[in-house]
Design a protein around this ligand. Structure first.
Ligand code: U2P
Length: 280
């Protein structure tokens, strides 16, 4: 929060009635500017409750690639990512909402220059479009990380935000868990969603959120306390009045598509939805 200091020469004890009026007007203006500034940059958003690490499956995402560009990891051919990659580390609230864009500081790629190699590999963009940033402009997939500044005070700067996300991603290796359980990329197999969820539950002792697109697993989301111990995700926003859970776009059997070079696969894009899978 920014503190606006009133100049000493305008301190109330020294003020005449007319300067008091001016002081009141000035104070009102200062307060209005401060409030507008905070609303504008999200600085008044309350502290988050927990983290959500979202990883995405390139095999599902890259099937939608219609054209290529240097920023799209789907276009790397045999070097395209073959493991879940990071979509984001999101600070969330227990009520199912989340803060975003919590400070005026701008993303500065120089601060994460030593991490760029790892980020290119494990947190790549899987599309060509430049993402909108917190400040109304367009930027790289990482600049779009409007969540980093809301991770305060647990994570205090840009470098540590990206490093933390990488560390959590490495520690909770969804690709390995699914591979070890026999869920291997395939363009012919379908796997029981309940089996996939159980594999993750057995490994991390929490229930993941799962998002699908066209019957293919697209995202896995894992939730953490502020000390990065796994916890259940908040389900408040998707619990129905009768306490049943919102139905997911994930069918009972899902595919885990193997990577196919852009242009070689044709699928329709439909929106995905997320389910906390506890009733499978
Ligand atoms: O799910 C669609 C987009 O909403 C944002 N999101 C979702 C869930 C959550 O817990 N936190 C959150 O931020 C993500 O937006 P993005 O960061 O990609 O712009 C997610 O993609």
């Amino acid at each position: 929060m920014r503190i606006c200091r009133v100049p000493d020469s305008l301190s109330p004890s020294m003020a005449s009635p007319s300067s008091l009026l001016r002081l009141t007007v000035l104070a009102a203006v200062v307060a209005a500017v401060a409030i507008a500034g905070e609303a504008d940059d999200g600085g008044n958003q309350r502290e988050f409750d927990y983290f959500k690490l979202t990883v995405q499956w390139p095999g599902t995402f890259c099937r939608r690639t219609r054209h290529c560009c240097s920023s799209n990891a789907c276009c790397r051919g045999s070097n395209a990512p073959a493991e879940f990659t990071i979509h984001g580390l999101w600070p969330d609230y227990n009520d199912g909402t989340w803060p975003a864009c919590c400070s005026r500081s701008r993303f500065n790629e120089k601060e994460i220059s030593t991490l760029v190699g790892a980020l290119e590999k494990y947190w790549p963009s899987l599309s060509c479009g430049s993402s909108s940033t917190c400040h109304g402009g367009k930027g790289s997939f990482w600049a779009h990380e409007k969540h980093g500044t809301c991770s305060f005070p647990v994570v205090r700067d840009e470098y540590n935000y990206f490093l933390t996300a990488l560390n959590v991603y490495f520690k909770y290796n969804v690709t390995k868990v699914l591979n070890d359980a026999g869920y291997l990329p395939s363009n012919t197999e379908k796997y029981p969603l309940g089996g996939i969820v159980s594999a993750i539950q057995n490994a991390f002792h929490v229930t993941p959120e799962i998002a699908c697109s066209n019957g293919a697993l697209q995202e896995v989301r894992l939730c953490f306390y502020k000390d990065f111990q796994p916890r259940e995700c908040a389900v408040g926003s998707i619990l129905l009045p009768d306490m049943s859970l919102l139905k997911s776009s994930c069918p009972k059997y899902v595919s885990l598509p193997a990577y196919v070079s852009p242009g070689q696969a044709k699928t329709e894009w439909t929106s995905s939805s997320v389910l906390q899978v506890e009733d499978l």
